[in-house]
Design a protein around this ligand. Structure first.
Ligand code: 4NP
Length: 148
């Protein structure tokens, strides 16, 4: 799960996806990272922690890291929150196999529509709730279509 800072959107995606995977007893390694190093080592934004907590998802123990090219070999799928993240990762790829791994998080929920998970960093609680819902619905669809 990849966003810009790895403190707002991708930690939510990591926590939500891991919970759904565990609930269904699937054995999937889930992680998240940012395309920037702005917040490396930081815990998630308190607004993400709070909206997750309200939905019984714990993310307060996560810490931000920057995406590295080794992630292309460690993971089968790399879900990005928006098209900026997509383009940043695309620049780091070295072959088609890596390029094919990068998928917009909403792709299975809204095929071919290029719906982005908007950056809520400068927004308010309502924006975090909107983001949460889009991430949760997207993760549910990914599990159904790729892992069941
Ligand atoms: P994220 O949100 O990419 O969902 O973690 C952001 C966090 C920090 C910044 C931008 C977006 N920032 O500019 O510091």
């Amino acid at each position: 799960m990849v966003c810009l800072g790895n403190i707002c959107r991708s930690p939510l995606a990591e926590g939500i996806f891991r919970d759904k995977s565990n609930y269904r007893k699937l054995n999937i390694i889930v992680d998240s990272a940012g395309t920037s190093d702005f917040h490396v080592g930081a815990t998630p934004d308190y607004r993400s922690i709070e909206v997750a907590r309200k939905n019984n998802v714990g993310i307060s123990n996560l810490t931000a890291r920057k995406f590295t090219v080794t992630d292309f070999s460690h993971f089968d799928y790399i879900f990005v929150m928006d098209l900026n993240n997509y383009n940043e990762l695309f620049k780091l790829t070295s072959d088609d196999a890596e390029r094919k791994k990068i998928i917009l998080l909403s792709e299975f929920l809204y095929p071919k529509q290029k719906i982005q998970v908007p950056d809520p960093y400068y927004g308010d609680e309502k924006d975090f709730e909107t983001v949460y819902k889009l991430i949760e619905d997207s993760c549910e669809k990914i599990i159904e279509q790729l892992f069941l």
